[in-house]
Design a binder for this molecule. Structure first.
Ligand SMILES: [Zn+2]
Length: 301
């Protein structure tokens, strides 16, 4: 039942990251059909019973507890909307990037400019790396989507190598004819700033005009599901209501697949970091994102 979804891609694309990312590829032409979709509606949050989070009194802890508990409320997932769909899940960066500086610094043309093949990503104050976090969330997301009948294309499934470069990350999604994609990241924003934001491609003629509308619709669906399912607030240091349009991300510029680069929180902020370091919270993150995809497809996107 979706009316769109079809997106034909040719090849090319990429994905990737923000403060942590870069990507791109050469120009491959894309011919794709435009898709559109309806805005996702906002889920309601029920309040909850709780979980098991141990929290030290006051300070940051209450936030973690409250947030995780709240997310537990949204625990009942209805992911039927993803059945039969092809979704590309890209865990940003890679564990070996730092040891391959020259390889990942290679310049790649992304249509509007050049960007590095890949970057190392950020980390929390106590050393939890973004590349490890991204992979953990991506694997959890894959499991949820696959168990609901989706076909998931992973860009990487371990944290030991380097890359792939953003152009290859895009190429993988394009060649798989994925219908929608997400690049999973956590930001390295100002330590005083909290929250998540969703990067969607700006409308760039010859590059993103074919995926612009659908990527925005996908971004809104994911944003709404994420806010409701995790309790993480929209970023207070960038964007508007958790949304940001970018024209400098190769992974988005070169994609023929509607795609977003999702910064799930700010690793430089103590409150966000405490959440991101919690395995229970990461499961909520994955569940919320899966829910967002289900709503996107169910809406006829
Ligand atoms: Zn990143």
């Amino acid at each position: 039942m979706r009316r769109v979804g079809v997106l034909l891609t040719l090849s090319l694309v990429v994905t990737f990251g923000v403060s942590c990312a870069t990507d791109s590829h050469t120009a491959a032409r894309r011919v794709a059909r435009r898709t559109r979709s309806a805005p996702a509606s906002k889920p309601t949050i029920v309040s909850t019973t709780t979980t098991t989070v141990t929290v030290p009194p006051s300070t940051v802890a209450p936030t973690v507890a409250t947030t995780v508990a709240r997310a537990a409320a949204a625990g009942s997932l209805s992911l039927g909307g993803v059945r039969g769909h092809v979704i590309v899940v890209d865990a940003g960066h890679n564990g070996g990037n730092a040891a391959h500086a020259s390889e990942i610094s290679r310049s790649i043309f992304i249509g509007t400019q050049t960007r590095a093949c890949d970057t190392t990503g950020t980390q929390t104050a106590d050393g939890y790396t973004e590349h490890a976090y991204n992979l953990d969330v991506a694997l959890r997301l894959r499991d949820l989507l696959e168990s609901s009948g989706a076909h998931v294309v992973m860009i990487r499934t371990d944290d030991a190598g380097w890359g792939p470069c953003i152009d290859e990350r895009a190429g993988i999604g394009n060649r798989a004819h994925a219908e929608a994609g997400i690049s999973v990241h956590a930001d390295g924003g100002p330590s005083s700033g909290r929250g998540f934001h969703v990067n969607t491609p700006a409308n760039i003629a010859g590059y993103t005009d074919d995926i612009y509308a659908a990527s925005h619709t996908l971004g809104v669906a994911l944003r709404d599901a994420y806010a409701a399912g995790t309790g993480m607030p929209p970023a207070n240091y960038i964007g508007s209501n958790g949304m940001v349009e970018r024209r400098d991300f190769g992974g988005l510029n070169l994609s023929d697949v509607p795609k977003v680069l999702f910064e799930t929180g700010n690793m430089q902020n103590a409150t966000d970091a405490a959440l991101l370091e919690s395995p229970g919270f990461r499961q909520r993150v994955a569940a919320a994102l899966a829910q967002g995809f289900a709503r996107y497809f169910a809406s006829g996107a």
